[in-house]
Design a protein around this ligand. Structure first.
Ligand code: SF4
Ligand code: SF4
Length: 161
């Protein structure tokens, strides 16, 4: 619960979620950024103007119909608070920023974890890319996992097996 342990509930997150039809069209950015802090790299990083804020300390708003799922905002967010999601008939995909040195490779099997770091399900690494991070002098690794469709709202990190 946000005001108790800083972890958002599904009710908190649901307010920021795209409709199912958009998720089925392909990757779309979803944020779990709930604090009114002065931060806006996600706005600056978006090439199509899909992220906006009323003021520098507002939380971001993503226009899901404008978003192309490029991942620039995910790589630029210092709070690791943005993900890409997509939904297919039987499985979902999530793209997660990853800052640990032991980078998994495409084809690896990993364990999907929830927002508390608890095991949820096995997951397959289906894509590994590096995109420019906040200061543009370095890159952030983005890992895309394939998970059961039922865990779309649950898995938000992973660990190596
Ligand atoms: S994924 Fe790309 S297009 Fe979508 S909000 Fe982020 S930066 Fe913009
Ligand atoms: S860059 Fe990340 S932490 Fe900063 S406002 Fe955007 S989503 Fe929130």
């Amino acid at each position: 619960m946000l005001d108790v342990d800083g972890v958002p509930t599904l009710e908190d997150i649901g307010k920021n979620m795209p409709r199912r039809e958009r998720l089925e069209q392909g990757f779309v950015a979803v944020h779990e950024c709930f604090q009114d802090i002065p931060c806006n790299p996600c706005v600056e990083a978006c090439p199509v103007g899909a992220v906006s804020m009323k003021t520098l300390t507002s939380t971001p708003v993503i226009d899901f119909d404008k978003c192309t799922g490029c991942g620039n905002c995910v790589a630029s967010c210092p709070g690791l608070a943005i993900f890409l999601l997509s939904l297919k008939a039987n499985h979902a995909q999530i793209t997660i920023p990853y800052e640990m040195p032991d980078v998994p490779q495409k084809g690896d099997k990993v364990q999907g974890l929830d927002r508390y770091g608890q095991f949820v399900c096995d997951a397959d690494v289906i894509r590994v890319v590096r995109l420019p991070s906040l200061d543009k002098s370095s890159k952030t690794t983005l890992i895309t996992l394939e998970i059961p469709a039922s865990e779309l709202m649950t898995v938000r990190s992973f660990r190596r097996r």
